[in-house]
Design a protein. Structure first.
Length: 108
């Protein structure tokens, strides 16, 4: 084995070179003197094509949304009709109509 600085022969137990006095490092090996390897990033994971959502699922979502909007509009129309009835007809006539409707529903 030779000194990396001057090339004089050295033993594996020498801490300093007997020729030039260079510090050989305690416990230093040839591998530790090697430059670190260049960084190589890991390969990218494979990408798989994704299928678009089926038209059946999209159709169900749209149908549910349409039904919800229609029900909300129907409730709003009923509320407007009841409030308009109270304002136009007064409480007495509207109460009679509601009583008759409730009796009809009980009979069914």
């Amino acid at each position: 084995m030779n000194c990396p600085h001057c090339g004089n022969p050295i033993s594996s137990t020498d801490r300093f070179c007997p020729g030039c006095g260079a510090d050989l490092g305690v416990g230093e090996t040839i591998i530790s003197r090697m430059p670190p390897p260049a960084y190589e990033p890991p390969p990218a994971p494979p990408t798989y094509p994704t299928a678009p959502p089926s038209t059946r699922e999209t159709g169900r979502r749209n149908t549910t949304l349409i039904v919800a909007v229609v029900l909300i509009l129907l409730c709003c129309c009923c509320l407007i009709a009841v409030l308009g009835g109270y304002m136009l007809l007064g409480e007495g006539i509207l109460d009679e109509i509601l009583r008759e409707i409730s009796l009809a529903l009980l009979l069914v």
